[in-house]
Ligand binder design. Structure first.
Ligand code: MG
Length: 239
């Protein structure tokens, strides 16, 4: 899983480096697809339940599951890239939101809060806590900063399959859910809306957007529960 995580994280980084004005998300998808293949891995998302690409690229009010397309990115857009790599049968899954050029102050703050909420959550990804302790920490941090968490989509266990039990919601009261034990691998992934928490799915049956049309950001890593600090598996090594 460390190998899969390293490839997924490098793919996320490649995508982030490509996020510039004039580039299309389809071009980013192609580059990421080729990179994962050349790394000896398989793009986990490609054909997953029929998904037509190797990354999800969700722009501005799109929350998750955006399908890469031919629209050139514009200065100030924010792009959430979610990517998975399967290496020797094990999966790494990660995401981050990137700004095209310089974003507005609220966009930058939304992205920073979303990322930090992940780190607030994984403080509880240790033996002795329960899954909803992670959930509660994420929700509390996000809401204290004036944003909202999406309820309909959640983090998950991960291993030989991308989505395994248990679910890891980004909301809830502490002290519930399965006990966290060493050796568990989890994909923790706050999806944070600038406005209200409500979402809808577009007619393409994939793209999830905010109901109020405001911005949304996403941050995800695959982590391993150890006997101490959780280990982030989706890292290129210098994060
Ligand atoms: Mg995930």
């Amino acid at each position: 899983m460390r190998q899969a995580g390293k490839i997924a994280a490098a793919a996320r980084q490649l995508a982030g480096d490509m996020v510039t004005a004039g580039v299309t998300t389809k071009q980013i998808d192609k580059a990421v697809h080729d990179f994962i293949i050349s790394s000896g891995a398989v793009p986990t998302f490609f054909n997953y339940n029929g998904f037509p690409a190797s990354i999800c690229a969700s722009v501005n009010e799109q929350v998750i599951h955006g399908i890469p397309n031919d629209r050139p990115l514009q200065e100030g857009d924010i792009v959430s890239v979610d990517v998975g790599a399967t290496k020797d049968g094990y999966v790494g899954d990660c995401a981050a939101t990137f700004v095209v050029g310089k974003g507005g102050r609220e966009a930058e703050r939304l992205i920073a809060v979303t990322k930090q909420s992940f780190f607030e959550g994984i403080k509880f990804a240790r033996e002795g806590f329960r899954i909803s302790d992670i959930s509660h920490a994420i929700q509390s941090y996000v809401e204290a900063n004036g944003f909202s968490v999406v309820r309909e989509y959640v983090g998950h266990g991960i291993g030989t399959q991308m989505h395994e039990p248990p679910e890891v919601p980004n909301f809830g009261n502490p002290g519930h859910g399965v006990r966290i034990v060493r050796g568990m691998a989890l994909a923790v992934e706050p999806m944070v809306n600038q406005g209200g928490a409500a979402i809808k799915v577009l007619n393409d049956r994939w793209t999830v957007v905010t109901l109020d049309g405001k911005l949304s950001a996403h941050y995800e890593n695959t982590i391993l529960v150890t006997d101490g600090e959780p280990e982030i598996l989706t890292t290129t090594g210098d994060v």
